[in-house]
Design a binder for this molecule. Structure first.
Ligand code: C2E
Ligand code: MG
Ligand code: MG
Length: 612
């Protein structure tokens, strides 16, 4: 019973005790869980705080690093707005980062710089490649150009999104300025600012070694002040320095830009002038001209106490053919300088005596030419032009110079000289006047009235602004019939300022004057100006006529020229016809106007029609 009673009561009891036991444990467990969760949460929070602090300190560290780097670091969005800038950028733009973020380069740089930066950035983003570029930019707030070396690369901020641009730029401005200052100090003279001996030597070596100048002559002129020591001794070194500075300035002003002028030693200057042509004589003449100009400039200078200043110049010509070295060129110029000094100074000498003679010769010819007009030494000879029936249609006026000592001087010698020193302007005017006077005389003589006179006009003369006015005045004054006057121009004239030349030609043509293109085929014959310019005649150069019967190429050129002239409606005149066979060939090929010894040599007017 007890058993039963106890066995029946036991489960209930047991259950209750189990129940309360479990309930207690459950609560305890729950509490433990809660405690654990709380603890976990606390730990998590602490870790997060720790991490955040770590991140913050990392970020600060990074920012500190980026801000203390001596470079401009930035990130730009795919649409090139600034997303991040370091302190150097802030300093550069003079704005805090928040005023920069979200803006584009147009806000900070001038339009050109911004466009250039933009283009580089775009290339980086489009190509996905890192670039290293030198950028020269101007900030809106200043005017100087800053040069940066920039490394720019695409930067992927989040997967799938278009890349941003990360850039690191270092400023090179100061470095470059320093470099150029160092270069300046090494290669330029600090007193005069001219290239120094070292730079001159470099240029000279380059000229001698350079293939481009192989056949063309260059010249070195060594200029030494004659009485510099006197200035220094009497007036002191400061005056001496001032004098050197003014000499340098004056010489620089007088010389063309491509000519090198260097200060070689205390009172010695050196000029290096290149590309003087392939003819030694011409090159010598050009170098001499430069030298004379410089002597003149120096002679005009007076030291502050009015001491007369002069210089001596030694000139040496050379080519890049390998037969000269830098030392030999300078030595030769120096030897020539010593000769100029021994001759009393204020003069120039060439190294080579042959050159010296030819320069002196030309100089004296030039001096005489200046007097030729005044002394009545110039004359016009006339050479007939005939048509295919042998009828004289006109004459060409050819200038002659009879020199009292030299005799007849060839126009081939004195006309280029007159063109160089522009004496051709008054001489050409005289030729035109004489021709007009002759035309006026003929206009009253029925036998000669239909004849025209062709006058050679130099490009120098033609390009004078007063040319049209001069011709018109001459026509009015002499009453010469304008439609009997033919002006012969050369291809070289048509090369320069074709618009102005055309307009001058049109003005004169409106007066009835005709134009012939002389020496056709010897210049840069261009069909385009033949068509564009108001020409009436084409004169085939005599060099083609000479070999006409023996040289197939010349024959082909003459043939084509005749066809061309005819198709353009131009009269074609063959120059230098000396043989009957040449005449027959020309006639057979459609050329009906001739000039040459076969019909008559250039003759004074009084003998011109003797046989008529
Ligand atoms: P150009 O105008 O082509 O003149 C023709 C030249 O050929 C002349 O030489 C003439 O004497 C020469 N000549 C004519 N027929 C023959 C021939 O059958 N055989 C040979 N071998 N030669 C012939 P010139 O008189 O010595 O004149 C040379 C150049 O000087 C002229 O060439 C012209 O360019 C220039 N010139 C002459 N007079 C003047 C002038 O008054 N003013 C200007 N600016 N230049 C002139
Ligand atoms: Mg001529
Ligand atoms: Mg000619």
């Amino acid at each position: 019973m007890y058993y039963f009673a106890s066995s029946a009561a036991l489960p209930e009891e047991l259950l209750r005790s189990i129940d309360s036991y479990l309930g207690r444990w459950g609560i305890a467990l729950l509490l433990v869980f809660l405690l654990l969760a709380l603890l976990g949460n606390l730990l998590l929070k602490r870790r997060m705080q720790h991490n955040r602090a770590l991140l913050q300190s990392n970020q600060e560290m990074l920012a500190t690093i980026l801000d203390s780097v001596d470079a401009f670091i930035y990130i730009k969005s795919p649409s090139l707005e600034y997303q991040y800038v370091n302190r150097r950028i802030s300093d550069l733009f003079g704005l805090p980062p928040d005023k920069i973020i979200g803006k584009r380069d147009e806000t900070f740089f001038d339009a050109r710089s911004a466009a250039e930066i933009n283009q580089v950035d775009r290339n980086v983003l489009d190509s996905g490649k890192k670039v290293t570029v030198e950028e020269s930019n101007v900030l809106l707030s200043e005017s100087r150009v800053r040069t940066f070396l920039s490394i720019k690369m695409p930067l992927s901020m989040s997967p799938g999104a278009p890349p941003s641009l990360c850039g690191i730029s270092t400023e090179l401005t100061d470095y470059l300025e320093m470099q150029s200052r160092t270069h300046y100090l090494a290669f330029y003279d600090s007193l005069t600012g001219l290239p120094n001996r070292r730079l001159l030597m470099d240029s000279l070596t380059a000229t001698i070694d350079h293939d481009e100048w192989a056949t063309s002559f260059s010249a070195v002129l060594v200029i030494d002040l004659d009485n510099f020591r006197l200035v220094n001794d009497i007036q002191g070194h400061e005056s001496g320095d001032q004098l050197l500075v003014s000499v340098a300035e004056q010489l620089r002003q007088r010389l063309d830009e491509e000519v090198t002028l260097a200060r070689f030693s205390s009172d010695e200057f050196v000029v290096l002038t290149k590309n003087l042509g392939e003819e030694q004589k011409d090159a010598a003449l050009k170098a001499e001209r430069v030298g004379r100009q410089l002597l003149e400039v120096i002679a005009q200078l007076r030291s502050s106490h009015s001491l007369p200043i002069s210089a001596s110049i030694g000139i040496s010509l050379f080519t890049g053919t390998g037969e000269h070295s830098m030392d030999s060129v300078l030595q030769q110029a120096d030897m020539a300088l010593q000769q100029a000094k021994s001759a009393g100074g204020n003069t120039l000498r060439f190294f080579n005596s042959e050159m010296q003679t030819s320069v002196l010769e030309r100089a004296s010819l030039e001096a005489d030419l200046h007097q030729a007009l005044k002394r009545n030494e110039l004359a016009l000879h006339y050479q007939v032009q005939v048509d295919h029936q042998g009828v004289t249609t006109g004459v060409e006026a050819l200038l002659r110079w009879y020199h009292p000592q030299r005799g007849w001087v060839s126009p081939a010698t004195f006309i280029p000289l007159a063109e160089e020193n522009r004496l051709i302007v008054p001489i050409g005017y005289w030729v035109l006047r004489s021709a007009c006077e002759q035309l006026a005389k003929w206009s009253h003589q029925p036998a000669y009235a239909p004849l025209s006179i062709s006058v050679n006009v130099s490009s120098v003369q033609f390009q004078q602004p007063e040319f049209v006015r001069d011709v018109e005045e001459l026509l009015a004054e002499t009453l010469a019939p304008p439609n009997r006057l033919v002006l012969e121009v050369t291809e070289s004239l048509l090369m320069h300022e074709p618009v102005r030349v055309r307009s001058t030609m049109l003005k004169l043509r409106a007066r009835g004057i005709r134009f012939a293109l002389d020496d056709f085929g010897t210049g840069y014959s261009s069909l385009s100006y033949l068509k564009r310019l108001p020409l009436d005649e084409l004169k085939i150069d005599q060099s083609f006529i000479h070999e006409l019967l023996t040289d197939k190429t010349d024959a082909a050129i003459v043939d084509t020229t005749i066809l061309l002239a005819v198709s353009l409606g131009l009269t074609v005149v063959a120059e230098g016809v000396e043989k009957k066979e040449q005449l027959d060939w020309l006639r057979g090929h459609g050329c009906y106007r001739y000039q040459g010894y076969l019909f008559g040599r250039p003759t004074p007017i009084e003998y011109l029609f003797e046989s008529y």
